[in-house]
Ligand binder design. Structure first.
Ligand code: GFB
Length: 333
């Protein structure tokens, strides 16, 4: 697979010890999404020769019978479980039943089939929203279930916590090497830029871009701008996933992040300076702020030798370049 130009500069290290086979079949669920497509790029670049994927039309991951048949036929050796129904704060607040049902079903069927067919190793991807709304910062993995969740995404969080606990349960009962990682807020190519369902980075990239095309002087940022968020480029996450598949076999979940955060106001200014420096930022207090802060403690991952490589400003510029490359030529500026 040709490395897209905007990724050419993000050369990733080749970790010294290879722990999983590069020839055995490895199933990446959700391969068309932002995380799944980054995983396929990273695994291909690392020399994996047998990457298995299935579109939603080919395989409804909520259907246990269909998932069982697929696993019986394809017999993956490894699984990286990136599929899910995901979205930003507004989507989570508007569709809690969808987020709960879809994500519970998707991980239940995949983990059940993976255990039944003897998958050697599975990596389950959760989310930083699983941690209590007001836990100490930075958030350590052991803070899980130590307090109430953020109401705007508690349904999704419960589903992701169930997935994490399922990995532990299959390990305890059947000895499955199912590991789990909790990524922070992600951004990058193949993100969702729909303004009603997206996360903040793609939403602001789209808003500033459209405002510049239309000559609109102001751009509305939701909430107060005071909440703080940590952001990790999705290609760093994919690299961390390969690192964990090669070198992490513990039951405990592990945080994956950049280890630094900024206020939404500062993020908006960064994206404005990249996309539309003349724009005026206004804040829409009718929209929710959500969790005040969710900075992950990544000490355990750093101690094992992995660190992110794509800094936020550079990553945002690459994400905007990718976004522009997807626009019809007529609208590119
Ligand atoms: O990225 P986001 O939607 O999700 O919002 P969360 C982050 C912050 O950006 C919130 C603000 O304080 C939003 O109010 N924000 C400002 C905006 N302008 C916008 C905008 O135009 N669009 C959006 N979407 N936000 C998600 C969870 O929480 O974090 C998911 O809902 C998942 O389930 C994800 O866990 C990692 O960071 O608040």
């Amino acid at each position: 697979m040709r490395t897209p130009p905007f990724l050419a500069t993000f050369a990733f290290p080749c970790y010294p010890r290879r722990m999983i086979s590069r020839t055995a079949p490895i199933f990446v669920t959700g391969h068309r999404g932002m995380v799944g497509s980054a995983l396929v790029r990273r695994l291909s670049a690392a020399g994996f020769e047998n990457i298995l994927t299935a579109t939603r039309q080919e395989l409804d991951l909520r259907d246990q019978t269909a998932v069982d048949s697929w696993f019986d036929r394809e017999r993956p050796e490894y699984v990286i479980h990136a599929a899910g129904t995901v979205g930003g704060i507004h989507a989570n607040r508007s569709r809690p039943a969808d987020f709960l049902y879809d994500n519970l079903m998707i991980h239940a069927t995949v983990l059940h089939s993976a255990c039944r067919t003897g998958v050697s190793k599975l990596l389950y991807l959760g989310s930083s929203c699983i941690y209590p709304r007001d836990c100490p910062q930075p958030i350590r993995e052991e803070y899980l279930l130590s307090g109430p969740l953020e109401p705007t995404n508690d349904a999704y969080a419960i589903a992701k916590i169930a997935g994490l606990k399922s990995c532990e349960a299959y390990r305890r009962q059947f000895g499955c090497n199912f590991i789990s990682a909790m990524p922070t807020n992600l951004y990058g190519p193949n993100d969702n830029f729909d303004l009603n369902s997206s996360h903040v980075v793609p939403a602001l990239i789209r808003k500033f871009h459209d405002a510049r095309l239309e000559g609109a002087p102001k751009v509305a940022v939701w909430g107060t701008g005071n909440p703080r968020r940590e952001f990790l480029h999705v290609d760093d996450l994919a690299d961390a996933c390969l690192f964990l598949m090669d070198r992490y076999d513990e039951a405990a979940t592990i945080n994956v992040g950049a280890g630094e955060d900024l206020a939404i106001r500062e993020l908006a200014e960064l994206i404005r300076d990249i996309v539309y420096p003349e724009a005026e930022i206004v804040f829409d207090s009718s929209m929710p702020d959500g969790t005040p802060r969710k900075l992950l403690d990544v000490t355990r991952l750093h101690a094992r030798g992995w660190r992110h490589r794509i800094e936020l400003r550079e990553g945002l510029a690459a994400a905007y370049q990718w976004f522009c490359e997807q626009q019809p030529v007529a609208t590119q500026v």
